[in-house]
Design a protein around this ligand. Structure first.
Ligand SMILES: [Zn+2]
Length: 81
């Protein structure tokens, strides 16, 4: 976490079928590696690890310094915003 960093909202899509998965508040710059649960502004998958449209798994559940997060499976999502 970088409290001084500029945050912004992004949209995360399935790379396979382009279904919108998350509306997410990203705190810092750089490649999206994980999504903290408490920063997912809208979860279109209803907590699933798989795309609700095509069934492809795009994240896995992890803990990052005690905070639950979704770790992105690289190549499975597209980020815009
Ligand atoms: Zn999909």
């Amino acid at each position: 976490m970088n409290p001084a960093g500029k945050g912004h909202t992004i949209d995360v899509y399935c790379a396979h079928c382009r279904t919108l998965l998350y509306h997410y508040y990203k705190a810092g710059p750089g490649h999206l590696v994980k999504c903290y649960i408490d920063r997912i502004l809208k979860d279109y998958t209803d907590g699933s690890l798989e795309c609700p449209s095509c069934g492809q798994q795009f994240v896995r559940d992890v803990m990052v310094r005690g905070r639950p997060a979704k770790k992105i499976v690289q190549g499975k999502v597209i980020v815009r915003g």
